[in-house]
Design a protein around this ligand. Structure first.
Ligand code: ADP
Length: 255
């Protein structure tokens, strides 16, 4: 296995709207090693979402190369993109994106809907225990706080045990104390081996990462390690342990 999990080389993205063209990415090259924790920053319109959509396999570049875990993604069709996304990536969004009339447990089971995992329910329970919601399995989103809803979304992102977690402003709708809880969970998942990439506007959130990449006008203008990294100081003992080997075996039997 190569050390580099995300390798973006000279990527351009041009959106065409009628006769006008928007050059959203202008020759971006970034490589991220397995197990890194990276924050993406930059003013509105600088290309952060476009970059995340490409590295998250939601969209493909107009030009350039993107290798995800050694696989050239730039030329895949939509089905192939969906397949690699399911295996490699878990997403967490600013607005949680949970189904409203559906319990926490059912929301977390959703990504496994099309797999024949024998143990879907058990896997979903384990993922909710990891984020400390083992006692809220049957609550619907409107019966949970914002922070708890985001933890359900993290459990959903984790349930297929992908190597990479992407967050698009995952603390954008949360107060600072709840944001700290969410960052504590990301830091813990990172310590346990996940590659974590978060887009954020907030410098104090970005400082929980190990490295900050800054975009401006569709280009990377800075890429630096975080010198005084923040460690989220939140009581985490109610969280469940990491996914254990036997859980992962259950998953791999079914893929
Ligand atoms: P950021 O996430 O940093 O705010 P974006 O990647 O969303 O930046 O946008 C970069 C540029 O690309 C902006 O000028 C934006 O208006 C444009 N853009 C983004 N998505 C689209 C789209 N689907 N169609 C047309 N233009 C777009």
């Amino acid at each position: 296995m190569s050390d580099v999990i995300i390798e973006v080389t000279n990527v351009h993205k041009i959106y065409r709207m009628g006769k006008t063209e928007v050059h959203a990415l202008r020759g971006v090259s970034v490589s991220i090693r397995r197990g890194e924790f990276v924050a993406i920053m930059g003013p509105s319109g600088s290309g952060k979402s476009t970059f995340m959509n490409i590295v998250g396999c939601l969209d493909t570049p107009t030009r350039g190369s993107y290798k995800l875990d050694g696989i050239e993604v730039a030329k895949l069709n939509d089905n192939q993109l969906a397949e690699i996304r399911n295996r490699k990536i878990g997403f967490v969004f600013q607005t949680f994106n949970l189904l409203a009339r559906t319990t926490a447990l059912e929301n977390v089971e959703l990504p496994m809907l099309y797999s024949n995992a024998r143990n879907r329910r058990q896997m979903a329970i384990r993922a909710l225990e990891i984020v400390g919601l083992g006692e809220r399995l049957h609550h619907k989103p409107n019966e949970l706080s914002g922070g708890q809803q985001q933890r359900v979304a993290i459990a959903r992102a984790l349930v297929n045990d992908p190597p990479i977690l992407f967050g698009d402003e995952p603390t954008g709708n949360l107060d600072s104390r709840t944001s700290e809880e969410i960052m504590a969970i990301f830091q813990r998942l990172h310590r346990e081996g996940k590659t974590v990439v978060l887009v954020t506007h907030e410098p104090d959130i970005a400082e929980h990462a190990e490295r900050i990449i800054r975009f401006r006008d569709g280009k990377v203008v800075a890429d630096e390690p975080v010198l005084n990294r923040r460690i989220a100081e939140v009581e985490l003992e109610r969280l469940g342990g990491p996914l254990e080997e036997e859980d992962t075996e259950l998953l791999s039997e079914t893929t």
